[in-house]
Design a protein around this ligand. Structure first.
Ligand SMILES: [Zn+2]
Length: 100
């Protein structure tokens, strides 16, 4: 059975819920994944071995107001960073192909 990082779901939920307020310059999969990766690198992972417990752990995170506010602020920061310099082809039509 694979390990499962509940924080990934929590961050995804926050991103989906707040993306319209975050003034993203691009909402493609690549940019969304970039935002999630940056946010998840700053947040402590919450690994569980049994996916069935995911909803309980997520609920605990939502109930923890201060923790939730911290997650929202980290996701907002990551969104601002990616919006300033999106690395996806959609926002970089003139980006030269990598040669090295
Ligand atoms: Zn994009």
């Amino acid at each position: 059975m694979a390990l499962y990082n509940v924080m990934e779901e929590v961050v995804r939920d926050v991103l989906v819920q707040y993306k319209d307020k975050m003034q993203l310059t691009c909402q493609c999969d690549r940019c969304m994944n970039d935002i999630m990766a940056i946010a998840l690198n700053e947040l402590p992972p919450r690994y569980i071995a049994n996916e069935e417990y995911g909803p309980y752990v997520r609920a605990a995170h939502v109930a923890d107001r201060q923790g939730a506010t911290n997650i929202i602020s980290i996701v907002t920061k990551a969104a601002a960073f990616v919006s300033k310099s999106p690395r996806c082809p959609a926002m970089n039509p003139a980006m030269p192909k990598q040669t090295e």
